[in-house]
Design a protein around this ligand. Structure first.
Ligand code: PEP
Ligand code: MN
Length: 301
């Protein structure tokens, strides 16, 4: 790592790598985020028991390990559906029991942190809250891993500052998430900042997850962005999937249906295998990557 990043990001020494291959592994149930590729998938909003259970079962079969779903929804309008709240959290916990998937869900208010932390395995901080420091502090203190989404108008340095703030409050388990930023381009919902993922993987030891759904805004672009995310070195994906996107209560346009998710996961397989091969070749004392069967992976390339 070149010294100038340390100078430019001197405010956030705690999130920067000090050795080339240093990386943080975030434990979530039996998973290790930051060591091997992890897919998080599920609906934008938790809507009904049957919607969530069907999605959990499907994405699990297709290879996802973590179920996403919002019970508290930040919306562009305060008059839109705001999420099911506690009822939604209970549905998520039930889906975890049924599917074995870990749960990631957004928390929007510091007063809700204890309740959300009781049900979730990972607390998601949304793009609109990346700089809500009282929320970040409460999330840090909950002891749960935190998936920190980049603010839609935040620089990489600002994202790292918020991550550092969580670390400073005693929680080392931070997962960064690139979900697209606002630019002059309006054809896509946001602009997927691939360069940010590449840079974050070079300079920070924290895991980096890509959210192609909120970046694209259109489901037919999601698989291509997901492929790019794998190739550029992301540690995983956060993808919106719905049994019937046309009927989704939020973000239907960008949600994959089950067939679309299957196709994407199949398409990603060789790309993920190549990355696993690369990881397994690294000296890595902090996770179980030594266990990867390199010979099986050699056939992929
Ligand atoms: C979401 O994940 O559904 C969400 C609202 O994400 P973001 O905060 O990135 O818009
Ligand atoms: Mn959404």
């Amino acid at each position: 790592m070149r010294e100038d990043w340390h100078e430019r990001l001197a405010e956030t020494p705690g999130v920067l790598k000090s050795a080339r291959h240093q990386h943080t592994v975030v434990p979530v149930l039996d998973l290790e985020i930051g060591c091997g590729f992890v897919t998080m998938a599920g609906p934008c909003s938790v809507e009904t028991e049957s919607q969530l259970l069907a999605t959990a079962e499907h994405v699990s079969r297709a290879g996802a390990r973590i179920l996403r779903g919002g019970a508290f929804k930040p919306r562009s309008s305060p008059y839109s559906f705001q999420g099911l709240g506690l009822e939604g959290l209970k549905m998520l916990a039930h889906a975890r029991d049924e599917s074995g998937l870990a749960i990631v869900t957004e928390v929007m208010s510091e007063t809700d942190v204890p309740m959300v932390a009781e049900y979730a395995d990972i607390l998601q901080i949304g793009t609109r809250n990346m700089e809500n420091y009282s929320l970040l502090e409460a999330a840090a203190r909950s002891g749960r891993p935190v998936l920190l989404k980049r603010g839609m108008v935040a620089t990489i340095a600002e994202l790292l500052r918020s991550a550092e703030f969580i670390l400073d409050h005693g929680n080392p388990n931070v997962i960064l998430c690139e979900r697209g930023i606002r630019t002059f381009e309006t054809a896509t919902r946001n602009t997927f900042d691939v360069g940010a993922i590449a840079l974050l993987k070079q300079i920070s030891h924290l895991p980096v997850i890509a959210d192609p759904s909120h970046a694209a805004g259109h489901s037919n672009l999601v698989p291509a962005l997901a492929r790019v995310a794998v190739a550029v070195g992301a540690d995983g994906l956060l993808v919106e999937v719905h049994p019937n996107p046309e009927k989704a209560w939020s973000d239907g346009d960008q949600s994959l249906d089950f067939a679309g998710f299957d196709e994407m996961m199949e398409d990603l397989e060789p790309w993920i295998a190549l990355r696993e091969l690369e990881l397994s070749r690294r000296a890595c004392g902090s996770c179980r990557h030594e266990a990867v069967d390199v010979r099986a992976m050699e056939t992929v390339g």
